[in-house]
Ligand binder design. Structure first.
Ligand SMILES: Nc1ncnc2c1ncn2[C@@H]1O[C@H](COP(=O)(O)OP(=O)(O)OP(=O)(O)O)[C@@H](O)[C@H]1O
Length: 971
């Protein structure tokens, strides 16, 4: 049939029309009714089927534009926009005589002018409605492009002399290329390349479009010269070579030339560098809205974004290098700073200490005076609510909410609060300890941060062992401390660990609030005994509050201060207390423990009245009279310090003189002896620090603890990683392999937004992580372990890296490929970058809330509500252009908006959306939908990335400010 000069196509049904095709170039198509005696061509039963990739539909071949005849074996001229039934076909071996105006190419498919495209009704509509088609002459195809090229290959021409040409029909919708090879206008074979992707790249100004096709199927036209027919059949059996040929195949067309290159991997032996295609004539009628090059988006956004990001990164690295080198220098200086281990106890005197609450003006302490000379043990006793804790808080220099009055003298000197804090070790009433650390690790942590940097590590370990031994904790030193949820050491052991943490530094003054509460009487006795030994060794003065000591414990104290309703009931030597009250008619019954009796007096209105009445009428005024206290002090001083004073060459009288001197003038008695001499202290001040260890050491020690916590408290890590993996699989499964049609577009955008929502809400867990460490930080900061900075860095690293960054990467990687998002390394890594930045920014936001709001319930409610609002204004649930004017500003505060826009632009901007609505096909770039549907800007990827980085920096700075300025212990 193909070799005949006149061919008659016969319709199968009477209602259809057939085209009479003639080889005569001047012939016009003649449409005849179906009335012929020849049997109809039935493509399903014909061994040839439909040629040139025509599709057999109801036994009739549906041909590609450019082909016709009942088996699609003829050239159909006219134009690609012409109705197939109207196309003029010419016989095989002939070229198209003329094409429609504005079209050209071997089979008239290639548009040449815009007018050509506009001359006929387009076969599809523009989503914008009122657009007219133009002729795209660039090799980047947006819908369906056609190309005719010459084939320039010496090996081919030597075998098959003549004019070699190739026609190509490139379809983005079907991801296919249909190609035909012609020698001297006679078709040799045709191929279908499937599973193709089209990429346009700009490599240093060299723009080129490349088709990469995985599948390839070629068919010979029999008999053609190449496939063993015709007058000069090929000596090489090309049919056997061509038909089994497989992909991949690539077609590369630079934009600045008319030459392309076709590379068949299966023919690499023949054409190692590919088959050169020359004088290519490319054309495609398309709507301008379809012609948004994927390259344009990349080109206009990438360089600026990358440059800005690199500049920020560079500045950050430079800043870090400078900070690290300064920190290293400080570490070296501190590691050389001389220190002494012969610390000495200091005296603490307090005069008329009063405390009034700000809110209701309630007077909690009413001018209490007393003193704890160096090396004594002073017990502060009184009933519950008497004001003992308030008093010792003030003596320890703790920040108080109310108004504090009176004077505190350290070694006889009125000094700054910070100096008092330096001299005092404070053990709080409540044990705030790291639950997952062992006793040894907790004490070592305190030692590493609070002993001088220059102290060799073996000395630090010796000291830790010594203190643990001293407090009877050796048996449990390797056990985790535990908390309410995970049982660890006993309450009494915890109390002793709290004492050990302070004792490790051998402070000149150690103040303990209820050190024996929760201890059995034996342990209590042991602890007080150790504290008395410490005081006797003249290294530490001990002040402690105690509720109801056993009588043997009571008599271990050198001095006792009994507080009742915020006033001093008794202050003087412990031994004299019983005598003092006996003289006032309040003799302790013989069966009573004197400590219990003192509490009875302090609590019982009658007894209290009697004691006070007597006091007022008595010449030996007690309590309010500090000269009386000092008189009593003389006795205790002489008793406790006799031996020590003598060794120092000072007589008892000289000591008493000193006390009186202090009382009268308030001038210094002796200087404070801590680890550092005055010279070393000056050096420390020069380094702008009050801490004995450097920033780098603090950071290392805190990070080590956080790592231990993370490893031992695996559930949080496992939960985050597990949830990320499961959610990744869930999202991937839900949106599995989304197509590039309308529904696919919705799913693509939906999956991206849903992933952000998952990350955003999972970052609320940062609240809990911070709340857990908050109390510990408050205590450690207040006790001078470290400043806020190393704590902040460490919490950020240990929260952000394992709980935010890794899960985001995990979830993103799993779902990305399951959903079938753009399989391109650059797009994938840009997707991950946004996922990570978004998750870090939302987690940082939650950390800011956690640092700013004390109540966990309020913090989680605030975070959830803000997160919901951010989601609402994230660009998916409401079009950014449709937000009421008064509320538009809210979207700019939404991290969802920046994250979603960046992800959507990255994923959809370079893809094409191909679908049909009620039979009308359309092909729209994703970028257009992003603009029209979501109001997104195409060139916004890097801008959004920078905004997310900005959010992170802002939150880090706010977090730092809140932690530094607000998170201070207040009692
Ligand atoms: N910031 C404050 N706000 C309200 N009341 C306060 C505050 N500080 C102290 N108080 C009140 O002052 C009184 C003394 O409290 P403090 O804790 O010093 O007593 P305490 O003698 O140590 O008691 P306990 O032995 O039970 O610990 C209590 O009635 C307490 O409620």
């Amino acid at each position: 049939q193909s070799s005949s000069t006149t061919t008659t196509s016969i319709a199968r049904a009477t209602t259809t029309t057939t085209i009479t095709v003639t080889a005569n170039p001047t012939a016009t198509p003649v449409t005849t009714p179906s009335a012929t005696c020849q049997p109809a061509f039935e493509c399903s039963t014909s061994p040839k089927g439909c040629l040139n990739n025509g599709v057999c539909n109801n036994n009739v071949c549906k041909c590609d534009p450019g082909f016709g005849g009942n088996d699609c074996g003829l050239l159909a001229c006219g134009s690609s926009l012409q109705e197939p039934s109207q196309r003029v076909t010419v016989a095989a071996g002939s070229a198209c005589p003329t094409c429609d105006d504005g079209f050209g190419g071997f089979n008239c498919n290639v548009c040449q002018t815009d007018a050509g495209c506009q001359a006929r009704t387009p076969s599809r509509t523009s989503l914008l409605g009122d657009e007219i088609m133009v002729c795209n002459k660039k090799p980047e195809v947006f819908y369906n492009g056609y190309m005719t090229c010459g084939v320039f290959s010496e090996s081919l021409t030597s075998l098959f002399p003549g004019d070699n040409a190739i026609t190509l029909d490139m379809n983005v919708v079907n991801k296919t290329i249909h190609a035909q090879l012609w020698i001297n206008s006679t078709q040799q074979f045709y191929c279908e390349f499937g599973n193709c992707t089209l990429i346009t790249t700009d490599l240093e100004g060299k723009v080129e479009t490349k088709w990469d096709c995985l599948d390839l199927q070629c068919k010979c036209i029999i008999p053609s010269t190449m496939c063993g027919g015709g007058p000069n059949p090929s000596p090489i059996p090309f049919q056997g070579l061509l038909e089994p040929l497989m992909g991949p195949f690539s077609l590369t067309c630079p934009h600045n030339s008319t030459n392309c290159n076709a590379f068949f991997s299966g023919l690499a032996g023949f054409f190692p560098t590919g088959l050169p295609l020359v004088d290519c004539n490319m054309g495609e009628c398309a709507f301008p809205s379809e012609m948004i090059s994927s390259l344009t988006a990349l080109k206009s956004t990438m360089p600026t974004g990358v440059i800005v990001s690199l500049a920020i990164l560079g500045a950050l690295i430079l800043f870090l290098i400078v900070v690290c080198s300064i920190a290293k220098r400080n570490q070296v200086i501190l590691s050389r700073l001389p220190y002494t281990t012969n610390t000495e106890a200091a005296s603490l005197e307090f005069r008329n200490v009063g405390y009034t609450l700000n809110k209701d003006g309630l007077e909690i302490l009413k001018g209490i005076s007393g003193s704890a000379p160096a090396g004594v043990v002073l017990a502060v006793m009184g009933p519950s609510g008497a004001g003992k804790s308030t008093l010792v808080d003030i003596l320890a220099g703790k920040r108080k909410d109310g108004k504090v009055s009176g004077h505190i003298l350290l070694n006889g000197k009125q000094v700054h609060e910070s100096e008092i804090r330096r001299a005092v070790g404070f053990v709080d009433q409540e044990d705030t300890l790291p639950a997952t650390q062992t006793v040894w690790e907790a004490v070592l942590f305190s030692a590493m941060l609070r002993l001088p940097e220059a102290m060799p590590i073996y000395r630090v370990h010796e000291r830790v062992a010594e203190v643990i031994e001293m407090l009877g904790l050796t048996h449990c030193k390797d056990r985790q401390i535990g908390n309410v949820t995970a049982r660890g050491i006993s309450g009494g052991e915890k109390r002793r660990v709290s004492i050990a943490l302070e004792l490790i530094t051998r402070p000149p003054i150690l103040i303990l609030d209820e050190p024996t509460s929760g201890l059995d009487s034996y342990s209590a006795h042991m602890v007080v005994q150790q504290l008395c030994k410490l005081a006797a060794s003249k290294t530490t003065t001990v002040i402690m509050t105690i509720h109801q000591p056993r009588s043997d414990i009571f008599y271990m104290f050198d001095q006792t201060l009994v507080v009742s309703k915020g006033a001093c009931l008794y202050f003087g030597p412990t031994n004299s207390a019983a005598d003092y009250f006996r003289r006032r008619g309040l003799a302790c019954p013989s069966t009573y423990n004197i400590a219990d009796y003192l509490l009875d007096i302090a609590m019982d209105q009658e007894l209290l009245k009697q004691a006070k009445e007597f006091e007022e009428s008595d010449v030996e005024k007690l309590g309010a009279s500090s000269s009386h206290q000092l008189h009593e002090n003389r006795n205790v001083m002489s008793r406790r310090n006799n031996a020590a004073a003598t060794t120092q060459g000072r007589t008892e009288d000289q000591q008493l003189e000193t006390m009186i001197h202090v009382e009268e003038t308030g001038s210094p008695g002796s200087t404070l002896t801590t680890f550092f001499s005055d010279d070393s202290m000056t050096q420390l001040k020069k380094q702008n620090t009050v801490y004995p260890t450097s920033f780098l050491t603090q950071l290392r020690v805190i990070m080590k603890r956080n790592l231990q916590i993370l490893i031992r408290n695996r559930s949080l890590l496992v939960l985050h990683l597990g949830v990320a993996l499961i959610l990744g699989i869930f999202v991937g499964g839900l949106y599995f392999d989304v197509p590039m049609n309308l529904a696919g577009f919705q799913n693509r955008a939906g999956s991206l937004f849903f992933m952000l929502a998952l990350l955003g809400f999972s970052s609320i867990s940062a609240l809990g992580a911070f709340t857990d460490t908050r109390a510990l930080f408050l205590k450690e900061r207040s006790n001078g372990y470290y400043p806020p900075m190393p704590f902040i860095i460490s919490i950020l690293l240990f929260d952000l890296v394992p709980l935010r960054i890794i899960p985001a990467i995990l979830m993103g990687s799993v779902s990305y490929f399951m959903i079938g998002l753009t399989a391109d390394a650059q797009t994938f890594f840009k997707f991950l970058l946004v996922m990570v930045l978004f998750n870090v920014s939302t987690a940082m936001f939650c950390l800011v809330i956690a640092a700013g709001v004390r109540t966990t319930g309020v913090a989680s409610l605030a975070s959830s509500i803000v997160m919901l609002f951010m989601m609402l204004f994230g660009g998916f649930l409401i079009n950014s252009k449709q937000i009421p004017k008064a509320l538009t500003w809210i979207q700019y505060l939404s991290m969802f908006k920046y994250g979603f826009e960046a992800l959507a632009v990255n994923e959809v901007a370079t893809t094409k959306l191909i679908d049909n609505i009620q039979g009308v096909a359309f092909n729209v770039p994703g970028s257009l939908i992003l603009q029209k549907l979501f109001g997104f800007e195409l060139a916004s990827y890097w801008r959004n990335v920078i905004v997310l980085v900005g959010f992170i920096l802002l939150f880090v700075a706010t977090f730092w400010m809140l932690v530094s300025l607000r998170l201070k212990e207040r009692k």
